[in-house]
Design a protein around this ligand. Structure first.
Ligand code: RFL
Ligand code: PHB
Length: 396
């Protein structure tokens, strides 16, 4: 088989790349170990930056996003028993949109399939090879057990943090900068209307909690737990009781509405940046190259931003012009490090470190008070949260 770009992974990065390439008349084959149903149901991100929404709209992908996405003009920061609004619209003129990653993935798969795109689900034994030649190959076994070899002009490793592409970069060339956190998030999806008009990021002595949403009838909530915590220790009742505690506003009538839990899981948190994002004719994008803790709502947006840079770079490469491909890592890294810093900053401002002394909570509260009272500090949060630098997708 022959294609121009072999893409490993049908997450947001791989699917959007395949679509952006198709808009430029470039063929690709996407291979994915999971089933279509699994990819479409995997609960993850929920927030699209202003620039991500605009890119999806410019790429003709925003039909449902424009109808069902919920535009949010700010967030609440809750600490010391009070809730403070950070008004993104007033501070930056920009907003974010609540639209689940599951929906972005469904829209992308539907669009690719309608336009005759080639996505192979449920593959096994994916391999990428001959990466330092101008004819790299992608090998996989399809769902029926047939082995394929696809000769490509370039390969995109969009296979997430645990994928097979990043390890193909020789160890002596790869630089990894990494930090683990003594926190994890227990996330639930609940069949209950959100109890809030904006997301609530709550600092609490028992640990961080986040109230997000998926639609006017479905809520998404998170609790900070220990990284070695087992989900079996958390009955639905225990989860709701703890959420109730961490969002409580003394002296207020506000209450958290409770409902059936549709999904629950625990996710560890880390910051991870690998460079270069390119080896020969293989290019990494999204979680394959970098991970941020979810507190800044940046992972999905970074995946989108990477492929917005990669699509034109590959287009040029296929026409014998190497400048954008050569600049790919450096172009992405500016945004990646800004998002890595912002996510680390939000995380350390809001989570309780097990065994920490009183100094940690006092410093966090002082920082939270500053961010909620100083226009300059609030503007910095708002600018980063809504997307900095603002994503601008150039068609050429
Ligand atoms: P993905 O989505 O992990 O997709 C990689 C795909 O590659 C497949 N794969 C393979 N396919 C073939 N052969 C192999 N050998 C393969 N190995 C792996 C996998 O099955 C998968 O389908 O990476 P991508 O495309 O880079 O997208 C990144 C985002 O998924 C991720 O950054 C975000 O979900 C992070 N994130 C958030 N990001 C935001 O921008 N805003 C948020 O609000 C936000 N909240 C979150 C999050 C992530 C979370 N979790 C669960 C990690 C909240 C949570 C709880
Ligand atoms: C989500 O809705 O899943 C979500 C929202 C904001 C975050 C992280 C996750 O910071």
């Amino acid at each position: 088989m022959r294609t121009q770009v072999g893409i490993v992974g049908a997450g947001p990065a791989g699917l959007l790349l395949s679509h952006l390439l198709a808009l430029r008349g470039i063929d690709s084959v996407v291979v994915e170990i999971r089933s279509r149903a699994y990819c479409e149901a995997r609960q993850r991100a929920g927030i699209l930056e202003h620039g991500s929404v605009r890119l999806l709209r410019d790429a003709g992908l925003a039909g449902r996003l424009d109808r069902q996405g919920l535009e949010h003009g700010g967030i609440y920061l809750q600490f010391d028993g009070e809730r403070h609004h950070v008004d993104f619209r007033a501070l930056t003129g920009r907003t974010v949109t609540v639209y689940a990653q599951t929906e972005v993935v469904k829209d992308l798969i539907a669009e690719r399939i309608t336009r005759g795109g080639h996505i192979e689900f449920e593959v096994t034994d994916t391999e990428v090879d001959r990466l330092d030649t101008d004819q790299p190959v992608l090998r996989y076994t399809d769902a029926s057990g047939t082995r394929h070899e696809v000769v490509c002009d370039a390969i995109a490793g969009c296979d997430g943090f645990h994928g097979i592409c990043r390890p193909r970069i020789p160890a002596e060339l790869l630089k990894v900068t990494e930090r683990g956190y003594p926190y994890a998030w227990l996330g639930i999806l609940a069949d209950v209307p959100p109890s809030t008009d904006e997301l609530i990021y709550s600092h609490h002595k028992n640990g961080f909690a986040l109230h997000s949403l998926r639609s006017p009838t479905v809520s998404r909530l998170y609790l900070q737990v220990d990284p070695d915590e087992s989900i079996d220790n958390w009955s639905d009742q225990r989860i709701w009781d703890e959420l109730q505690r961490r969002f409580e506003l003394p002296g207020s009538v506000w209450r958290l509405e409770v409902g059936p839990v549709l999904d629950k899981s625990i996710t560890p948190m880390r910051s991870f940046v690998a460079t270069p994002m390119r080896y020969g004719r293989m290019f990494l994008a999204g979680d394959a190259a970098h991970i941020v803790p979810p507190t800044g709502a940046k992972g999905l947006n970074l995946a989108i931003a990477d492929v917005a840079v990669l699509a034109p770079a590959l287009d040029w490469l296929l026409r014998g012009k190497l400048e954008l491909a050569d600049a790919y890592t450096a172009t992405c890294m500016d945004r990646v490090w800004r998002a890595t810093h912002f996510s680390w900053w939000m995380t350390t401002m809001l989570h309780r470190t097990p065994g920490a002394d009183d100094m940690e909570a006092a410093l966090q509260q002082s920082q939270l008070r500053y961010v909620s009272s100083s226009r300059a500090a609030a503007t910095s949060l708002a600018e980063n949260y809504t997307g900095y630098p603002e994503l601008r997708y150039k068609k050429d």
